[in-house]
Write a protein that binds this ligand. Structure first.
Ligand code: DGI
Ligand code: FE
Ligand code: FE
Ligand code: FE
Length: 187
């Protein structure tokens, strides 16, 4: 699918602010794909559609998680996690994207998971460091992203966990799985 067509489709699903975030993720993901020898076209499409389901009502997402036999644990955790797997499903069924690599990158962009592949890491990281993001530590993450994909993803996972702890939020097991996986591979 052409970029302009994909952007046109996703724009209808998002607010202006979220659309601008999506453009930032797209540009960042393409840069990372070039830097780390990943398929640029897959990175572009996964980034464009990563937040496709962000504004779907919780009821609709809940129903899809149940009907499509998705990971049941999701229902016990924060509703913010749902737009990622539900997004992958809707991008497949409503938009017609069939590439499993693209769909997995969308599916795991919020929590991450153990053994993420390169495209999954690129989308996870691009979402975290795109130019519109502003939080303490984002510049460090951007620096790491230039030289070491795994270190940058680990930094993002670690700081996401710290952020959730500081807000007394529950943490989805896959979020820990990503952290543990990368920390153990370093040893
Ligand atoms: O959709 P975005 O805002 O671009 O970013 P995202 O999909 O990476 O994350 C959405 C939110 O989900 C963000 O505020 C962090 C939060 N989140 C990520 N992992 C977990 C989580 N929230 C909870 N409660 N538990 C998690 O494990
Ligand atoms: Fe998201
Ligand atoms: Fe993210
Ligand atoms: Fe996002």
């Amino acid at each position: 699918m052409e970029r302009d067509k994909a952007l046109q489709i996703v724009k209808e699903q998002l607010t202006e602010r979220r659309y601008l975030h999506t453009i930032g993720v797209m540009e960042t993901a393409i840069e990372l794909a070039q830097n780390y020898n990943e398929d640029e076209k897959k990175a572009e499409l996964a980034a464009i559609f990563h937040d496709y389901a962000k504004f779907r009502p919780a009821d609709e997402m809940k129903q899809i998680i149940i009907e499509q036999n998705m990971d049941n644990r999701l229902l016990h955790y924060h509703v913010e996690l749902w737009h990622a797997p539900v997004g992958a499903y809707l991008v497949k069924t409503e938009v017609g994207i069939k590439d499993e690599d693209i769909l997995d990158a969308i599916k795991f962009h919020t929590s991450g998971r153990e053994n993420m592949n390169k495209l999954e890491k690129i989308i996870y990281l691009a979402d975290y460091i795109e130019p519109g993001r502003q939080f303490p530590g984002v510049d460090k993450a951007r620096q790491l992203a230039k030289t070491d994909l795994d270190e940058a993803v680990l930094y993002a996972a670690k700081h996401t966990i710290e952020f959730l702890l500081s807000k007394d939020q529950s943490i989805f097991p896959d979020t820990f799985a990503l952290y543990n996986d990368l920390i153990m591979k370093k040893e």
